[in-house]
Design a binder for this molecule. Structure first.
Ligand code: AMP
Ligand code: MG
Length: 409
């Protein structure tokens, strides 16, 4: 089987998945990062009453039209109203109600005089400046009116929208359920953190990186397990999770070595192979299959290869399943501040840091087995197949590792 171009591989995967339509009500506390599955309409005016934007006095503008520092207008203060309470007294000619910011404007008053323009009087107050009708006056519904559509379904809930939902009095909100992802790493050589490193062993970084990335995208990670190079055992684990999972991601065992068991796993399961090998470096031997309607995306075990293809192949699938449009891959153009002097026979992805339209490749190797130099990188420079070398000052395309999500929104 030949190597597919990345775009073809992505297309083959994307045409096999659909957005998850099941919804659930979640407490507003837990709704950040979720996708709304309902349109949101205002059930009341916000604010529900006309309120004061200042600490001062609620008055009739007509009473203070002539007010000035030299000719203050004196009004009698008939009540005081704090935020959270309602004045029982109405403002009538010649009177004022002492009022605090956020308190409902009493009936009869059509403006607020800020206390700085008064003598701060208690029983009577001197007003030193006129205020026009409905000046310093917050109308009921000035934020939104009852019945207004405030949010569309299918949008990402960030902190601002959570705040607006709270202002509506919502305790819960309806969202699409999370994508359920299973992560399974393979390899006799890896042990989990907490275990002893003995001869020939390394710690399993793929399991943690993959699960962490999926979680950051908003997945419910229902399985994060490790299995040795035992095809029967790996197949059994996939069998155990395939029903519940929406997507299964594995690492390791997809190349051509004796212990590259994932091919055998596919045979044991009787899964439908979609493709093996994508023309990208690192992580070329990605193997993808469909089993019981679910995608199995089997990444190379090399930590950098796995990380890159998690972005290039799994992230677009995840974006479609979850409805997280913001997670779709985005490329930007940037000027390279680094050179990369190796020939690229297939499209190559080089870890880099993007800032202010410039990309810089970290010191050290870009080899597929090396993970640590990816720390702090926020993009992958895409070097087209056939490129002999990338030189300083050249313009490149970079795939952003950040989702670009607007958490504030
Ligand atoms: P494989 O794809 O199984 O041939 O593995 C390729 C390379 O990645 C080998 O050097 C493995 O030891 C390493 N590797 C495989 N799985 C993991 C893992 N879960 N964490 C860290 N390194 C791994
Ligand atoms: Mg292996």
């Amino acid at each position: 089987m030949g190597r597919l171009l990345l775009e073809q591989a992505q297309k083959l995967l994307l045409e096999r998945v659909h957005k998850i339509e099941e919804t659930e009500a979640v407490p507003l506390w837990d709704a950040v990062g979720r996708i709304l599955s309902e349109d949101i309409f205002a059930g009341h005016d916000q604010p529900p009453f006309a309120r004061s934007p200042l600490d001062g006095y609620a008055v009739r503008s007509a009473d203070i039209r002539e007010a000035g520092v030299k000719r203050p207008v004196r009004l009698s203060v008939i009540a005081e109203v704090d935020a959270g309470y309602v004045s029982e007294r109405c403002v009538v000619r010649g009177t004022a109600v002492r009022i605090m910011t956020g308190a409902p404007i009493p009936e009869g008053a059509d403006c607020i005089v800020g206390q700085e323009d008064t003598d701060y009087g208690e029983d009577t107050v001197e007003i030193y400046a006129p205020v026009g009708p409905y000046e310093n006056y917050c109308f009921a519904g000035e934020d939104y009116r009852k019945g207004t559509k405030l949010m569309e379904k299918d949008t990402l809930l960030g902190a601002t929208k959570i705040g607006v939902l709270a202002s509506l009095g919502r305790e819960t909100v309806r969202v699409y359920r999370k994508v359920r992802a299973a992560v399974l790493t393979t390899g006799d050589e890896t042990v989990l953190p907490g275990e002893m490193l003995t001869g020939g062993k390394i710690y399993d970084s793929n399991l943690y990186l993959t699960a962490a990335r999926l979680k950051a995208w908003g997945a419910e990670v229902i399985c994060r397990e490790h299995e040795g190079d035992d095809a029967q055992a790996v197949a059994a684990r996939i069998e155990r999770y395939v029903q519940e999972a929406d997507i299964i991601v594995t690492t390791g065992g997809v190349s051509v070595g004796k212990k590259d068991i994932m091919h055998e796993v596919m045979d044991i399961l009787g899964s439908e192979r979609i493709f093996w090998k994508v023309a990208v470096k690192p992580g070329m031997p990605t193997l993808c299959a469909q089993y019981r309607g679910k995608l199995l995306i089997c990444l190379s075990g090399n930590p950098y290869g796995a990380a890159v293809n998690l972005e290039l192949l799994v992230r677009p699938v995840f974006a479609k399943l979850s409805g997280r449009e913001d997670l779709r891959l985005r490329r930007v153009q940037a000027v390279s501040e680094s050179s990369f002097l190796r020939k690229s026979a297939v499209t190559r992805y080089v870890r880099a840091r993007l800032a202010d339209g410039r990309v810089r490749i970290p010191e050290g190797s870009n080899a597929s087995g090396i993970l640590s130099s990816m720390c702090g990188c926020n993009c992958l420079i895409e070097i087209p197949a056939g490129t002999l070398a990338l030189r300083v000052g050249e313009t490149v395309w970079a795939v952003l590792l950040e989702g670009g999500e607007m958490w504030q929104a």
